[in-house]
Design a binder for this molecule. Structure first.
Ligand code: CA
Length: 403
């Protein structure tokens, strides 16, 4: 891309706007501003121009400022609850210590555009300068009500660290990574973690690059409040009608909700099945030892479970494991007196079981020893002992609504 050509032809530099939709209102709540350049009748992205290290910062700043200008001028006509996302890399943001850009924004505030509507989409990747100064500047901007979004989960190993440092208002997650099935499973789990983290720090999740229905479903399922991508709407020179997708999004949500409810019903039904089966066996073997109880359980549930043990309410294991491996069932005595209270949800579940006198079917998780995705059914045997029954992947797979 010829930088000088662009600089000498600034009237052909202009912003495109990609709408961002919200799940709660099913309508446009923001636009991301993207740089475009018209040359020989075609419109090209200015992304490569801004990413080109060979082009001096002052050139980029000049083009950027023009884009911001044109975009905000246009945004003056938008409804006042619509946010404007501006892409800022660290170099662009730090230019002139961030002061000229701020003055520009303040000029638009005077014209009626509240700075609370401005969201800076930050990427600090490969930034060679002082990150502290950069963060300091962001905090300074925030005192004006300006919001911070941080972008992109792919290949940025410092992502979690940066989330902790910046406490962004919005986490932008690029769904491009979801396309690759090789990374799919891990990506799911990372995203789930991210949605928990976002909830803890009060950040909103925005999923971008949504290009297919299943990606929208994924975003919806993983706590995404804001959505952006070609599947919804491409970037265009003009703003769109806010409710353009309302009907379509509502239909989509109905489908997602119905699907998810079927799955949750299946989990509930399975929990009931285990509750009834295990309860019956436990009552019948009330005065028997653990060994006889386990034998009775595997007699009835041979292919449905692969590991059984008993813990006390502090998580100390009181029985051996009975474990089904390739060669059938075996006793693993060295597990006696191990402690599991450190495991997530362990104590919460114990308290819940103690009060409700009812078993609990766990969420899906990866078994540390077998590496398989499993669920555990836990059950209060009496006032002191809790039975843990691990359900293998094979069973969940055969009842695929449990996966
Ligand atoms: Ca962006």
């Amino acid at each position: 891309m010829d930088a000088l050509e662009i600089l000498s032809d600034l009237e052909n530099v202009f912003p495109y706007f990609q709408p961002i939709f919200s799940a709660d209102e099913q309508r446009v709540i923001a636009y991301e501003v993207l740089g475009r350049y018209k040359t020989e009748g075609t419109v090209i992205s200015l992304g490569p121009f801004f990413q080109d290290d060979q082009i001096p910062d002052e050139y980029k700043f000049e083009v950027d400022l023009l884009l911001v200008n044109k975009a905000l001028e246009k945004a003056l006509g938008l409804e006042e609850d619509i946010f404007i996302f501006l892409n800022r890399n660290a170099e662009l943001l730090m230019y002139g210590h961030g002061e000229p850009f701020l003055q520009e924004l303040l000029a638009y505030e005077k014209k009626g555009l509240s700075l609370r509507r401005i969201v800076l989409e930050i990427s600090a990747r490969n930034y060679s300068g002082d990150l502290n100064q950069f963060d300091h500047l962001l905090q300074y901007y925030r005192t004006y009500g300006i919001k911070i979004a941080i972008a992109s989960i792919d290949s940025d190993s410092h992502y979690f660290e940066r989330i902790g440092q910046l406490e962004p208002d919005i986490l932008k997650i690029n769904l491009q990574a979801l396309k690759s099935t090789a990374t799919g499973v891990n990506f799911n789990d990372v995203l789930f973690t991210l949605s928990l983290l976002a909830r803890k720090i009060g950040a909103t999740l925005l999923f971008e690059n949504i290009e297919m229905s299943y990606q929208l479903q994924f975003a919806w399922k993983n706590g995404g409040r804001y959505y952006q991508g070609f599947y919804l709407h491409p970037p265009t020179a003009e703003f769109i009608q806010r409710d353009l997708l309302k009907h379509r999004l509502q239909e989509k949500f109905h489908d997602f909700i119905a699907y998810e409810k079927r799955k949750l019903e299946a989990v509930y039904t399975t929990a009931e099945y285990f509750q009834n089966s295990v309860q019956e066996i436990v009552i019948k073997n009330k005065s028997a030892g653990y060994h006889d109880l386990f034998q009775a359980l595997i007699k009835k549930m041979d292919q449905i479970v692969f590991r059984i043990y008993v813990c006390d309410e502090d998580g100390f294991q009181k029985s051996a494991n009975i474990f089904r491996g390739k060669d059938g069932w075996s006793i693993q005595s060295d597990y006696i007196q191990k402690n599991w209270s450190w495991r997530p949800y362990f104590l919460e579940n114990i308290i819940k079981m103690r009060h409700e006198q009812k078993g609990i079917l766990s969420d899906l998780y990866c078994d540390i020893e077998t590496g398989e995705t499993i669920r555990t059914f836990s059950f209060p045997i009496n006032g002191e002992d809790y039975l843990f029954i691990d359900i293998p992947y094979q069973y969940l797979f055969e009842h695929d609504q449990l996966l």
